[in-house]
Write a protein that binds this ligand. Structure first.
Ligand SMILES: Nc1ncnc2c1ncn2[C@@H]1O[C@H](COP(=O)(O)OP(=O)(O)OP(=O)(O)O)[C@@H](O)[C@H]1O
Ligand SMILES: O=P(O)(O)OC[C@@]1(O)O[C@H](CO)[C@@H](O)[C@@H]1O
Length: 304
């Protein structure tokens, strides 16, 4: 069974504007509300690609209800720990360029954290847990590594998509996959990663630390896949960027949906990259048809 865990989910409030003027009254052209948070996005895209998962995490208040109802309407299983405060609302301004305001989110008490840990304690061999997104400020930065350790001891796999220092702490538990973007990879090594070769070099260093597979996403430049046996580069199709929110999560979902079906890393990398670009080229997260249409246009090259 696949589980996604979003510690700080959101409602993403997309606001389209002709232009945005700081300090003035701005009127929107169009607005939309979607459930958000990285693990939630992975569950939603995976579902569209035909792969079931259960969404875990914390949810509360009327915004938490919106989140749960929305997932239910898409037939996505969810098992959230209830919190007192409202789940956050993240603002995504679209004015030709994208500006994001991510809220801090509700306080998560020690007892609520323990409730989530007891759910993770139920995982067993063959299960897979996706840990994605930021850790709320009321929780320890070691929370993902704690969950990773529980999974490793149970024989369950982990996939990690978060930033340093939380990411760094999880590496020792040998995740199946981590998916930093090139900025996040640079942060891990206190340097700047801008080229495919640099991504490959630092990706290999992560493999030597025990990570089994790394995808470094590089937005319009595509992505690099690194494991013990090979380094692959994916060139992505050209298209009009409409929405980068959730593009990285779509890479994770596409990879997992393919890998859990066919067990082939190269095909899973292609499927992930295609799903990422399909989301980048659409207003919402990609559909199965959009992702499949781009599959053949993703050019994979072995570079190591
Ligand atoms: N302009 C673009 N053109 C084509 N594909 C894109 C573009 N931007 C993003 N993508 C696709 O989406 C994938 C993920 O993008 P990116 O590296 O921006 O992820 P990210 O930073 O994790 O994104 P986010 O956190 O916003 O979900 C890329 O590997 C690529 O497949
Ligand atoms: O604040 P975090 O947890 O880092 O990121 C949250 C978020 O920006 O990530 C998703 C896109 O990847 C959005 O749905 C959501 O609003």
């Amino acid at each position: 069974m696949i589980y996604t865990c979003t510690l700080n989910p959101s409602i993403d409030y997309f606001i389209q504007l002709e232009e945005f003027q700081l300090g003035s009254l701005n009127r929107s052209k169009e607005t939309q509300l979607f459930p958000g948070g990285k693990g939630i996005n992975v569950s939603r895209v995976a579902k569209r690609l035909g792969t079931e998962s259960t969404a875990l995490g914390f949810a509360g208040g009327f915004t938490g209800d919106f989140l749960k109802n929305f997932l239910q309407s898409e037939s996505i299983a969810a098992d959230f720990v209830e919190v007192l405060d409202n789940t956050r609302i993240n603002v995504k301004l679209k004015t030709g360029m994208e500006t994001e305001i991510n809220a801090s989110g509700p306080i998560i008490t020690g007892e609520q954290q323990e409730q989530l840990i007891s759910k993770i304690n139920q995982l067993e061999k063959g299960d897979l847990l996706v840990l994605a997104g930021s850790i709320p400020s009321s929780m320890p930065l070691t929370f993902y590594s704690k969950l990773s350790e529980i999974c490793k001891n149970a024989g369950a796999e982990t996939v990690i998509d978060t930033t340093s220092p939380a990411l760094e702490e999880t590496l020792q538990f040998e995740p199946l996959l981590i998916k930093p973007n090139h900025h996040e990879l640079g942060e891990l090594f206190h340097t700047k990663v801008s080229t495919v070769n640099e991504a490959a070099y630092f990706g290999k260093r992560l493999i030597s630390l025990g990570v089994r597979n790394v995808i470094v996403s590089m937005a319009g430049e595509g992505a690099v896949f690194i494991n013990q046996d090979q380094v692959l580069k994916a060139a992505v199709p050209k298209g009009i960027l409409k929405n980068s929110v959730g593009a990285g999560d779509s890479v994770v979902a596409g990879f997992l949906a393919s890998y859990t079906k066919f067990g082939d890393y190269e095909e899973a990398f292609r499927a992930g990259t295609a799903a990422g670009s399909a989301t980048a080229f659409s207003h919402d997260l990609c559909t199965k048809e959009e992702a499949e249409k781009l599959l053949e246009q993703v050019k994979i090259e072995k570079i190591g």
